[in-house]
Design a protein around this ligand. Structure first.
Ligand code: MN
Length: 710
C-alpha cells in the first residue's frame, strides 16, 4: 500500500472508524490510474496534488463521499475519464460533487475589483452542496502551497483571487485555520518583501524570541495545576497577514504595539472548569475589564463558545489574550461550518437539498455573527432567496442577473455594443434561442455581427430594465431618416385602413395637423416623432381627418360604458367560480363600488362587504375574493390582426401584446387569400387609450398589414 494512502486511511480512522475504507482505497487507485503520466508544474507526478488536497480536507473531518470526491476532483477536468464511470463506481453524490468542482473551476477572478463580490456570491451559489466548497478550499490550499512553480503573472492572479474570494469564504464558514493559511500564502506571493519584513520583526520582538511562548505556556499551566485544574495550554502567534493588515491600517505604529500578536488557549474538560480556570487566572493577573467576553453563557450565533479575557502581568510588557474553552467547544471553533454541517451529516444521510437548506440557514446565522462586512452574507442570502442567477462568459467572467434573464439581458450586461450587435447565443456551447431562460452557472457566449442591429421584438422578452432601456435608447436615437420612413409607413397604414389616399411626396395632408400650418420641415419632424414613438400615428390621423371612429367623446372618458362589459351590471364575479347562485347579505347590503367577499355554503355564495362584522369569525377557506362585474377595471375586446404568413409572426404579436401588460383571453387564426393570416384575438384592456396604443404597436411589427378592433 502506498505511504500516502496509508496516511489518509490512518487519519480517517482517527475521526471515523466506521468509514468505508475499501471505497476510499478504490478512489485512490482510480485517481492514481487516471492521472498516470501527468505532471505538475513542479515536475512531480500530478497525483501528488489530489492526495495533498485530501490531506488538507481531512482536518475538517469530512464524510466518505467528500473524501472520495476530493481524491477524484481533477479527474474529469484533466483526464479522459467519463463522469458516468465515476457515478457507476462511486455513486451519484460523488459524481455530482466532482461535476460541481469542475464547474467552479470556470469561476475566475480576472483582475476587476467590481467582480469580487459577484465572484464570492457566485462561488457559493453555484456550489449546490457545501461539501464542494470544502473540497475547493482544500484544493486551493495545496495549489497555494505549491504556487512557486507557476508562471509569475499567473501567481499574482491566483494569489489575489485567494485573498479576495477564497479566504473570505473560509472565514465566513468559520474555517479560520484555512483562512489563515490561505491568507499567509497569498500575502507571501503578493508582497514578498512585506512578508519577509514582518517575519523578521516578529522574530525580533519579545513574542518571537525563542521560548517565549513556551515559558508563558508553562507559567500558566503551573498556576492552573496548583488550583487543581488539568488543562491543555497552547500558544500561537497571529498569522502574518493579519499583523500586516493591522500595521497597514495604521492602528498600530509598530509591531510591538500589537498586544494580541499571540494568544494562549486553555482547554479543559468541562464548562465549570472553564469558569474555575478563569477565576484562577484573574486571581494571578489583572484583567482588562473591557476585554472580557463570555461566549459560553451567550454563544455567538454561529455556535462559537469560549471565554475571552486579556490580562496584564503574564507577559512582561504587554497584555496577553487568553481563550478558555472545553474540548467540544474547541472542536466546534476549529472546524466551524464543517463541524456544523459535515460532522452531523455523518450520522444520518442527508440529501443535497437538505444540506443546502442547512447551509443557507448557517449562513444567515453566520451573518448575524459578523459585524464587519456583513453585507456580503446578507446580500448572498437575499440573492439565494430572491432567485438571482450567475452566468459566465467563456473566459470565466461572472455576471449577476435576475432569474428568468435571457441571452439578450446577458449581452447587454456584458456590453451595450455586444447587445446592439447580437445575432445569436450559445449556452454551454450549444446554439440557443435569444429568449431562452438562463440558469445558474451556465456559460453563455454571445454571437455578434458587425452590421447587426437591435430588434424591437427583444423588448418583449428582455427581463432586465437595463437591457430594455438600452434597446429603447437605440431606437430613440435611430437616424432621423429611418424614423421619418417608419413614421411615413405608420401613417400610410392608417390611411390605407380607412380607404384614404397615401401620403404624397410633400406629406401635404400633415400640413393641417393641429391647425398649425406646418412647413415641410415641421411635417418631417412630425413623422420622425411618429417613427420614434413619441407621437401616436392614430392621434395624428384622428386629428387630421376628424374621424368619429377614433374620437373619444368626453362622456366616454369612463371606459366602462364605452367598452360594454361582457357581464350584466349587477352580476358578481367570484374568484375561481362560475355560474353559482349568489345572494346579497342582508346584514351589510353590499352594493357596486363596495369591497366584497363571497362566503361559500352548499346553497351558493352570500356576498358580504369585506368589513362586515358578521363574517369576522367565518373560516378563511370559505371566503373567496369577489367583485361586482361593474367594478371590474378591464374589458374584453376583440381585435383582428391581418399579417403576412411568416415564421414567428404569432410569437411577435403575442410578444407585443405582453409587452404592454395586456392579457390575451382568446385567440383564433384564419387564413385569407394572398398568403395572409387573420388573427382574431380577445384581449383584456383597461380603456380605449390602451387599446389604441396596442393597435398602434401591432402595426409597427413588420409584416402586419392591419390591426383593428372588431
Ligand atoms: Mn485541483
Amino acid at each position: 500500500m502506498d505511504a500516502a494512502l496509508k496516511k489518509i486511511i490512518e487519519q480517517v480512522k482517527s475521526f471515523a472508524p466506521a468509514a468505508d475504507f475499501a471505497k476510499i482505497e478504490a478512489a485512490y487507485d482510480f485517481a492514481k490510474k487516471a492521472h498516470a503520466g501527468q505532471k505538475r508544474f513542479s515536475g512531480e507526478p500530478y497525483f501528488v496534488h489530489p492526495v495533498a488536497a485530501t490531506l488538507n480536507l481531512l482536518t475538517l473531518h469530512p464524510d466518505d463521499d467528500t473524501i472520495i470526491a476530493c481524491l477524484l476532483h481533477d479527474v474529469i477536468e484533466d483526464t479522459e475519464t467519463d463522469l458516468a464511470a465515476i457515478e457507476e463506481k462511486f455513486g451519484s453524490t460523488v459524481a455530482s460533487l466532482c461535476l460541481d468542482m469542475e464547474k467552479l473551476g470556470t469561476v475566475r477572478y480576472q483582475g476587476q475589483e467590481r467582480q469580487i463580490e459577484n465572484l464570492r456570491k457566485m462561488f457559493v451559489a453555484m456550489a449546490r452542496d457545501i461539501r464542494v466548497i470544502f473540497i475547493k478550499l482544500a484544493d486551493r490550499l495545496h495549489n497555494m502551497e505549491t504556487i512557486e512553480h507557476v508562471r509569475p503573472d499567473k501567481q499574482k492572479r491566483i494569489a489575489k483571487e485567494t485573498l479576495e474570494v477564497y479566504a473570505p469564504i473560509a472565514a465566513r464558514l468559520g474555517l479560520f485555520e484555512f483562512k489563515a493559511r490561505l491568507e499567509d500564502l497569498a500575502f507571501k506571493t503578493l508582497h514578498p518583501e512585506e512578508f519577509a519584513k514582518i517575519q523578521k520583526s516578529l522574530a525580533g520582538s519579545a513574542i518571537g524570541r525563542k521560548n517565549f511562548i513556551e515559558t508563558t505556556k508553562k507559567k500558566l499551566q503551573t498556576i492552573l495545576a496548583e488550583a487543581g485544574i488539568t488543562a491543555e495550554v497552547t500558544g500561537r502567534t497571529k498569522h502574518l497577514y493579519s499583523i500586516w493588515r493591522k500595521l497597514e491600517l495604521k492602528h498600530y505604529a509598530s509591531i510591538d504595539e500589537i498586544y494580541d500578536l499571540f494568544a494562549l488557549r486553555v482547554i479543559v474538560d468541562s464548562t465549570e472548569k472553564c469558569y474555575a480556570a478563569l477565576g484562577t487566572i484573574h486571581n494571578h493577573f489583572t484583567p482588562l475589564s473591557n476585554r472580557f467576553k463570555d461566549f459560553i453563557a451567550v454563544p455567538k450565533p454561529n455556535g462559537y463558545q469560549s471565554l475571552h479575557t486579556t490580562v496584564i502581568g503574564l507577559n512582561r510588557d504587554s497584555p496577553t489574550e487568553i481563550q478558555i474553552r472545553t474540548h467540544a467547544m474547541h472542536e466546534q471553533a476549529e472546524r466551524g461550518a464543517a463541524a456544523h454541517f459535515v460532522y452531523s451529516e455523518r450520522k444520518q444521510s442527508v440529501t443535497a437539498e437538505e444540506s443546502k437548506l442547512k447551509w443557507i440557514r448557517g449562513l444567515v446565522e453566520l451573518h448575524e455573527s459578523m459585524q464587519d462586512n456583513s453585507e456580503f452574507i446578507s446580500s448572498l442570502s437575499n440573492d439565494i432567496f430572491e432567485d438571482r442567477i450567475f452566468v459566465l462568459t467563456p473566459r470565466g467572467d461572472v455576471f449577476d442577473l435576475p432569474a428568468g434573464a435571457t441571452p439578450i439581458d446577458f449581452a447587454y450586461v456584458v456590453h451595450t455594443e455586444i447587445g446592439h450587435h447580437c445575432i445569436g447565443a450559445k449556452i454551454n456551447g450549444k446554439i440557443a434561442k435569444l429568449d431562452a431562460e438562463l440558469k445558474n452557472g451556465e456559460v453563455v457566449e454571445i454571437i455578434t455581427r458587425k452590421d447587426a442591429k437591435p430588434n424591437r421584438f427583444w423588448l418583449s422578452f428582455a427581463k432586465t430594465t437595463s437591457a430594455k432601456s438600452k434597446i429603447r435608447a437605440y431606437f430613440a436615437s435611430l437616424g432621423r431618416n429611418e424614423n421619418v420612413a417608419l413614421g411615413k409607413d405608420l401613417i400610410n397604414k392608417k390611411l390605407a385602413r380607412l380607404g384614404k389616399a397615401q401620403l404624397d411626396a410633400d406629406f401635404s395632408i400633415l400640413k393641417n395637423y393641429k391647425k398649425q400650418n406646418l412647413s415641410k420641415r415641421d411635417r418631417e419632424a412630425l413623422l420622425e416623432r411618429i417613427g420614434n414613438g413619441s407621437v401616436s400615428s392614430s392621434a395624428v390621423v384622428k386629428d387630421l381627418l376628424e374621424l368619429d371612429e377614433f374620437a373619444v367623446k368626453k362622456s366616454q372618458k369612463k371606459p366602462v360604458a364605452s367598452l360594454q362589459a361582457e357581464h350584466k351590471k349587477d352580476e358578481i364575479l367570484i374568484e375561481g367560480v362560475n355560474g353559482i347562485a349568489t345572494k346579497l347579505a342582508k346584514c351589510c347590503t353590499p352594493k357596486p363600488g363596495d369591497e366584497i367577499v363571497a362566503v361559500m355554503s352548499r346553497a351558493g355564495a352570500t356576498i358580504h362587504r369585506r368589513d362586515c362584522k358578521q363574517i369576522v369569525r367565518t373560516a378563511d377557506e370559505r371566503k373567496l375574493r369577489a367583485q361586482f362585474a361593474s367594478d371590474v377595471k378591464s374589458h374584453l375586446v376583440k381585435i383582428e390582426v391581418t399579417a403576412k404568413n411568416r415564421v414567428g409572426m404569432l410569437h411577435d404579436i403575442a410578444g407585443a401584446i405582453a409587452e404592454m401588460q395586456v392579457n390575451i383571453a382568446d385567440l383564433s387564426l384564419k387564413t385569407s387569400d394572398k398568403h395572409e393570416i387573420i388573427h382574431e384575438l380577445t384581449i383584456e384592456v383597461e380603456d380605449l387609450e390602451q387599446l389604441e396604443k396596442l393597435l398602434g404597436q401591432l402595426e409597427r411589427i413588420s409584416g402586419i398589414t392591419r390591426a383593428v378592433r372588431i
